[in-house]
Design a protein around this ligand. Structure first.
Ligand code: MG
Length: 285
């Protein structure tokens, strides 16, 4: 089992993020074509595909170029697209990526500062996923770009039939496989107690939504949660590379409209965020 530790970043007096990420080759694959980046304010997973070393090169190039973007400062959709263009160039120019199907998924979230405060933005290309645990429920934030998702959306198969479908691995959008494609973006408000799960399909092939929720409830610390989920995915077969990031949000700021007009000094002065919102206590299985 790969080791991981929980990391913390205090964004402001009111907003604190903690996270952990892990990637594992799994039990069947010869190499690990997944990559991830968990570097404030960007949290992403990339699942590479393609023969020889192609998949590893594609996912690593994409993560590296987006990491450079984080180091350079601001994040927005133009900068993401520019980073992806550089990644596509890296992939095509690499001597080991002659395979036509070489490419990678990309999914994740970043924290965005905008006029009214903070918000999350999810981004997605392919069939890696972002989930959000909020109010004891697990919500899939991203929509897969896959053949089976199209079949589900058009009512031709049920979600239950998707896993066993012969095209269950075929994605319809990727970084590097063809020309540059833009991610789908979804804006999400910042809510105390939220937990994001960003993962490759090696996790979701082995764990149901219910399973993911179970391990989140059992493990409030991100490092414990990712370790428990990778272990469970391996026990369930580990048929693919498994990668996931768990990101916890602590927010004691203005969730209501009228809070920022003075009179709330004591909240702002406290050294530690007040609420450690223990998700999981209230909802028994
Ligand atoms: Mg995979």
């Amino acid at each position: 089992m790969p080791e991981t530790t929980t990391q913390t970043f205090r964004v402001s007096d009111e907003l604190e993020l903690t996270w952990a990420g892990v990637t594992d080759r799994g039990r069947r694959r010869e190499n690990n074509q997944d990559s991830f980046l968990a570097k404030y304010p960007l949290y992403i997973v990339a699942d590479g595909m393609g023969g020889h070393a192609g998949g590893e090169i594609a996912s690593q190039a994409t993560v590296d170029r987006l990491s450079d973007m984080v180091d350079a400062g601001d994040i927005d959709d133009d900068r993401i697209l520019a980073a992806l263009q550089l990644a596509v160039d890296d992939i095509h120019q690499h001597p080991d990526t002659t395979d036509e199907g070489t490419g990678t998924t990309l999914t994740g979230v970043y924290l965005d500062r905008h006029e009214d405060g903070w918000r999350w933005v999810s981004l997605n290309i392919g069939d890696s996923r972002v989930y959000l645990e909020r109010d004891g429920r697990l919500i899939q934030v991203t929509t897969d770009h896959s053949v089976v998702q199209e079949l589900i959306s058009s009512g031709k198969i049920s979600p239950e039939e998707a896993d066993a479908h012969p095209y269950s691995n075929v994605i319809t959008r990727a970084v590097g496989a063809n020309e540059l494609v833009s991610p789908d973006y979804v804006a999400i408000d910042v809510v105390d107690g939220d937990r994001f799960i960003i993962c490759s399909d090696g996790l979701t092939k082995e764990l149901t939504d219910y399973g993911i929720l179970h391990f989140l409830r059992e493990n409030s610390e991100p490092a414990d949660a990712v370790s428990a989920m990778v272990e469970a995915a391996l026990e369930n077969g580990g048929r693919d590379n498994v990668t996931l990031i768990v990101l916890n949000v602590r927010y004691t700021g203005a969730a209501d409209d009228d809070v920022d007009d003075g009179g709330t000094q004591e909240e702002a002065d406290s050294a530690e965020p007040e609420h450690s919102s223990s998700t999981g206590d209230s909802a028994a299985e």
